[in-house]
Design a protein around this ligand. Structure first.
Ligand code: COA
Length: 177
């Protein structure tokens, strides 16, 4: 059970992260730190090249183990604008989608397009019945992306707050075939 290494998403393309893209990943994250650190616990002021390299090593391991499938998101002219991935951590039959967008490119509908394309792929993988998105209730932008991509709320979870923008309530949304 493995998704394709490249996925077309309209004017965007999703490509499996390559280990040699660490400095590009770092530049995209540095551009976006004020927004990312509100909701992504790993995004801190100390984020550096070794951290980006570690993300890419873990992405390769996750892909090889079949537990997570992370993609860089590019525009048609090759700008790296974000990251999106599938995770198996919710258990059999469901793939969870996680994402972040490079801040100067936010608000253009890019993440919605990437989520729609990756959802289509996820729901055609063998044994997968549902795709899921989890986000903190305070993360209005992430919620809009999930809603626009057709995900419906199926529950709420109370979680420990891990990043400064979080409320501690996680919304769970899902999409089926
Ligand atoms: C959430 C995120 C991925 C959205 O990416 P994007 O490419 O801007 O998404 P889109 O342009 O497809 O859609 C964004 C929607 O959120 C809305 N939005 C974004 N920030 C908002 C805010 N603070 N308040 C209200 N709406 C907001 C936009 O208006 C748009 O909705 P609309 O089309 O109804 O107007 C991006 O903001 C991001 O990376 N945030 C930080 C990391 C993060 O939170 N990741 C998700 C963790 S669950």
């Amino acid at each position: 059970m493995e998704p394709p290494e490249m996925i077309n998403a309209g004017e965007l393309v999703l490509k499996r992260w390559e280990p040699e893209w660490a400095s590009e990943a770092l530049a995209a994250i540095e551009d976006s730190l004020p927004e990312l650190k509100q909701f992504m616990p790993w995004a801190t002021d100390g984020y550096d090249l070794p951290a980006a390299q570690d993300f890419l090593v873990k992405s390769r391991e996750g892909w090889e183990e079949g537990t997570q499938f992370n993609y860089a998101i590019f525009t048609s002219v090759g700008e790296l604008v974000g990251s999106i991935g599938l995770m198996t951590r919710m258990g059999p039959g469901v793939l969870e989608i996680g994402y972040w967008m490079r801040s100067p490119y936010a608000g253009r509908g890019y993440m919605t397009a990437a989520v729609e394309a990756l959802t289509r792929v996820a729901l055609t993988m063998p044994g997968i019945e549902r795709a899921a998105i989890k986000y903190d209730e305070a993360n209005i932008g992430s919620g809009r992306v999930a809603i626009k991509a057709g995900y419906v709320e199926v529950g709420k979870e109370v979680r420990e707050v891990e990043a400064p923008g979080e409320s501690g309530t996680t919304i769970v949304r899902e999409r089926r075939h």
